[in-house]
Design a protein around this ligand. Structure first.
Ligand code: GLU
Length: 341
């Protein structure tokens, strides 16, 4: 009997060891205290930085409190770290382009994107009409306005309302909570978006937008007005870092196989004209918006986001770039940086 018990315990011990070996390795090599310290250090380092200015070409953005500053990091195993103000919300703006592109790929496959707007950086500003003219609306990407509005026009639905509900629902699944629209920002941009309307008509004229170009522009304007905080954006980024599965809610939001293409376009065109500089510095696919948010993805490790409205000349949040680079570098987030075997 004694012998039997000992054997049984031995088996159980072996089983426990095997199960431990099979258990998924933690997302980060650092301890929670170290991750927390990295966020707190970056927060403190840039808290009083006064560089940059709010975007003002959309009047409502000029009125946003320039002192909002929050950092959030969500690991692929669902741990959430924050520093500063992660509850104040800003409009998502261009960061929305990532998720509408993802929706189109989900519905129509990756080829639909290459066929209809391309995946190359334009070398022009995000709302360039020259970029449209250069290749008759092709050879661009879904992170600049002509490609982004075209992507919005490709989301299928029987009515404007149905299309909109799909888009907002998709964003909300990435964020892990029901997102809403900042109506003041939407109204303000809708009153002043004549340039985007012109871009939409041109993309229609060149056959990339098939119908309702001004409806596409209007839905695009509404998607840019979705209200988010740093934690929402970090969770959205973490969902991309985790193969399309939201690590907080556990929901598979998009196909794992469709994520790499989305990250590739973020890497080449996510930070406007400074996308190359950013990739050189961090190696992270990222996307910024003129509302003052930036999210970045360390594939297989974490999503990180900062909200801080003042922007540099390229249109990227000053504090967000610095804080994300610091935290990612402290945690080994650069996917190109590997140790030799
Ligand atoms: N809604 C803005 C626009 O189309 C987004 C710009 C941005 O965040 O880059 O001008």
């Amino acid at each position: 009997m004694t012998r039997y018990t000992r054997n049984a315990m031995g088996m159980a011990g072996l089983l426990a060891v095997a199960m431990l070996a099979m258990a998924v390795a933690p997302a980060l090599a650092q301890s929670p205290a170290e991750v927390d310290a990295a966020l707190k250090a970056a927060y403190a380092k840039y808290k009083d930085l006064k560089e940059g200015a709010n975007a003002d070409y959309i009047p409502a953005l000029a009125k946003v409190d320039p002192n909002i500053y929050g950092i959030a990091l969500v690991t692929v195993d669902g741990k959430v770290y924050t520093a500063g103000d992660v509850s104040s919300e800003v409009s998502i703006q261009s960061i929305s382009k990532v998720f509408t592109m993802a929706k189109v790929i989900e519905e129509q496959g990756t080829q639909a994107i290459t066929d209809n707007m391309g995946v190359d950086a334009t070398g022009q500003v995000f709302n360039s009409i020259v970029a449209v003219e250069q290749y008759r609306g092709a050879e661009m990407n879904a992170m600049v306005n002509p490609g982004a509005i075209t992507a919005t026009s490709m989301v299928k639905g029987a009515s404007r309302d149905e299309i909109w509900k799909k888009i907002l629902g998709f964003y909300s699944e990435f964020a892990g909570r029901q997102l809403t629209v900042n109506q003041e920002v939407y109204k303000s941009e809708a009153e002043t978006n004549q340039r985007n309307q012109a871009i939409s008509m041109l993309m229609y004229a060149y056959g990339h937008i098939k119908e309702n170009p001004l409806q596409a522009c209007d839905i695009y304007t509404e998607q840019c007005s979705v209200s988010v905080n740093a934690k929402d954006l970090a969770t959205m980024a973490a969902t991309l870092a985790n193969g399309g599965k939201n690590p907080v809610t556990g929901k598979q939001v998009m196909g794992t196989g469709n994520v790499p293409e989305v990250l590739a376009v973020m890497a080449t065109a996510g930070l406007y004209d400074d996308s190359g500089k950013w990739l050189y510095l961090t190696g992270l696919p990222a996307k910024s918006g003129v509302g003052g948010g930036i999210l970045a993805v360390s594939p297989g490790k974490f999503g990180i986001a900062v909200v801080a409205p003042p922007l540099d000349k390229a249109g990227n949040s000053v504090k967000a770039q610095k804080a994300i680079a610091d935290v990612s570098n402290a945690l080994g987030g650069n996917p190109y940086a590997v140790k030799p075997r």
